[in-house]
Design a protein around this ligand. Structure first.
Ligand code: ATP
Ligand code: MG
Length: 450
C-alpha cells in the first residue's frame, strides 16, 4: 500500500538569489567528472542544467556527496537523445539515468508538486496520489523538503541559485522545511525521519518551527509504507551517524513510532543497561562505516530490537514458559510485531533471530554444544553481540573469556567469509551485493518490497 500523499500547492513568496562563484565554496574539482559531463552536454545542447539537492548541500558544508543529481528543463526524451548510455525509468514521472559503469547520474526534468523521493508513484485505491507535472525551476525548488536541499548549482556560470533561503540556512547549519511544517509532514511523514537523519549526518540543528510538530505528528509514520521505512532505517543507522540518529529520534519523540516495543522496553529498563548496549553497538557500527568495513542490517536489527526481545522473553518466562521454546517464541513475536511498522526482509530477520538465539548457548560448556555453537554460521556475529552485552554488564566476562579461548583452540575454523553475512550478503548501504534466490515466503513473516 502506498502512503496516501495529498498534494498541496506550496505558496511561493520566494525570490531568486544568485550566489556568484566567488561567494561560495563549490569547486568543479569536487564534482564527479561524470556529472560534469552530463551538465556540459545538456548546456551545449541549449538546455538549462544544474546540480541539485543533497550534492550541492554536501559540497557547501565540505562533505563528499554520495551521488550527484542533475535538474534540467530538457524532457526525459530529450535527455535520452543526448546520451547513448541513458535509460528512462519510472512509469508516471519519467527520470533519466545516465549510466557510467557503476556511477549513475540521475537527470530529472523540473517538476511541480511534491515528491516523497521514494520513486514509486502509485495508485491508491484507484486514485492517483501523485500527479507530477513538469514545471519551472522555481516549482521544482519549492516542492523539495528542506531549504538546504533546494539549492541549484548552475553549470552556465558556476553560481548557486537559491529560491528558498537555503544558502543562509546551510551557513547557519539548520534544517528548515520549505513552507508550513505541519502541512509538509502530513503530505509525507517520512520527512520527519529525513529531518532527524540529515541533521545527524550534517551536524545541523532542526529549526524550532520544523522540530516542534515532530512529537505530535510522530504517529503519522504508521501510515508510511513499511518497505520505505526499512530503507530509511538503514540510512539512519548504517551511514556512519547512527548514534546521532538514535539520539535525534529519541529527542524528537520518533523512536517509538519506528520501534514501539523497543522504545517501551528502553523506558522500562531502569538501570539503563539496554540503552548502553544499543548506543555502544551503534557507536561500533559508526566506527566500522568510518573505516569502510562492511556492516550488516541483520546485526543492526538484532541490536535495535534487542530491548524488545529481552522484555518479551521475560514476559514469557514469567508466564512459566521455559528454555528454547520461550526464546523462539519471543524472537518470533518481536519480529512479527515489528513488521507492521518497518518491513524487515526475511533474509535479515532470520540471521537477526539466530544472533539472539545463540546468546543463550554461550552459557553452556557441554562439549557437544560448544562444538555446535562454534560451527554455527552466525557464531562470529553472535559473539560480537555478546561483546556488546559485556560492555554493559560484567556478568558476561566469563562467557566472553571462554568463547574467546575456544576460538584459539586447535581445530577451530572460522566460518568461511562467504557464509558470514557481514562479509558477504550486504554492502555498506544495506543493498545486497549478491542476490540469492528468494525462498517462498511464509505468509505474515515477510512483506513485499524487499
Ligand atoms: P542523502 O542522499 O545524503 O541521503 P539527499 O537530500 O540527497 O540526502 P535523496 O533521498 O537522495 O536525499 O533526495 C534527493 C533530493 O530530493 C533531496 O535533496 C530533496 O531535494 C528531494 N527529496 C527527497 N526526498 C524528498 C521528500 N520526501 N520530499 C520532498 N523532497 C524530497
Ligand atoms: Mg542523495
Amino acid at each position: 500500500m502506498g502512503s496516501a500523499i495529498i498534494e498541496t500547492p506550496v505558496p511561493s513568496p520566494f525570490t531568486l538569489r544568485v550566489i556568484p562563484r566567488d561567494q561560495h565554496t563549490i569547486s568543479r574539482k569536487d564534482i564527479s567528472p561524470n556529472a560534469l559531463r552530463v551538465l556540459y552536454r545538456l548546456r551545449d545542447a541549449g538546455f538549462e542544467a544544474y546540480l541539485v539537492g543533497g550534492a550541492v548541500r554536501d559540497l557547501l558544508v565540505g562533505g563528499r556527496p554520495k551521488d550527484f543529481d542533475v535538474a534540467t528543463n530538457a524532457t526525459p526524451e530529450e535527455v535520452k537523445q543526448l546520451f547513448r548510455n541513458c535509460r528512462l525509468i519510472g512509469r508516471r514521472f519519467r527520470l533519466a539515468h545516465v549510466v557510467f559503469g557503476r556511477e549513475i547520474i540521475e537527470v530529472a526534468t523540473f517538476r511541480a508538486n511534491s515528491d516523497d523521493g521514494s520513486g514509486d508513484r502509485e495508485l491508491d485505491n484507484g486514485r492517483l496520489v501523485r500527479d507530477n507535472v513538469y514545471g519551472t525551476i522555481e516549482d521544482d525548488a519549492v516542492r523539495r523538503d528542506f531549504t538546504c536541499n533546494a539549492l541549484y548549482y548552475a553549470i552556465e556560470d558556476f553560481s548557486v541559485r537559491d529560491y528558498v533561503g537555503g544558502f543562509d540556512d546551510v551557513q547557519g547549519r539548520v534544517m528548515k522545511l520549505i513552507g508550513d511544517p505541519e502541512q509538509r509532514y502530513h503530505e509525507d511523514p517520512v520527512r520527519m525521519l529525513r529531518a532527524v537523519r540529515l541533521a545527524a549526518k550534517l551536524g545541523f540543528d532542526i529549526d524550532p518551527a520544523s522540530a516542534k510538530p515532530l512529537p505530535k505528528l510522530a504517529g503519522l509514520l504508521a501510515e508510511a509504507a513499511p518497505a520505505r521505512l526499512f530503507e530509511e532505517v538503514l540510512k539512519l543507522f548504517l551511514s556512519g551517524h547512527g548514534v546521532a540518529s538514535f539520539e535525534g529520534l529519541e529527542r524528537h519523540g520518533l523512536l517509538a513510532a519506528l520501534f514501539p516495543e523497543s522504545a517501551a522496553a528502553l523506558r522500562a529498563n531502569r538501570s539503563g543497561a539496554l540503552r548502553r548496549i544499543v548506543l555502544q553497538g551503534l557507536g561500533n557500527t559508526d566506527a566500522r562505516v568510518a573505516a569502510e568495513e562492511p556492516v550488516s542490517p541483520a546485526f543492526l536489527f538484532a541490536l535495535l530490537l534487542w530491548p524488545a526481545f529481552c522484555r518479551e522473553l521475560m514476559r514469557l518466562q514469567a508466564q512459566g514458559m521455559q528454555g528454547d521454546e520461550a526464546q523462539r517464541r519471543a524472537a518470533d513475536r518481536v519480529t512479527l510485531h515489528q513488521l507492521s511498522t518497518v518491513a524487515l526482509p526475511r533474509r535479515f530477520s532470520l540471521p537477526m533471530q539466530e544472533i539472539w538465539l545463540l546468546q543463550s548457548r554461550f552459557t553452556s560448556r557441554q562439549r557437544k554444544r560448544v562444538v555446535r555453537t562454534l560451527s554455527h554460521p552466525r557464531f562470529r556475529a553472535a559473539f560480537d553481540f555478546l561483546l556488546l552485552r559485556q560492555s554493559a554488564s560484567s556478568e558476561h566476562d566469563e562467557d566472553v573469556a571462554f568463547w574467546r579461548e575456544q576460538q584459539h583452540q586447535p581445530g577451530y575454523e572460522p566460518v568461511p567469509a562467504a557464509q558470514d553475512f557481514a562479509a558477504g550478503e550486504d554492502g555498506a548501504d544495506g543493498a545486497p551485493l549478491r542476490r540469492r534466490r528468494q525462498r517462498r515466503r511464509r505468509s505474515g513473516v515477510s512483506k513485499p518490497g524487499e
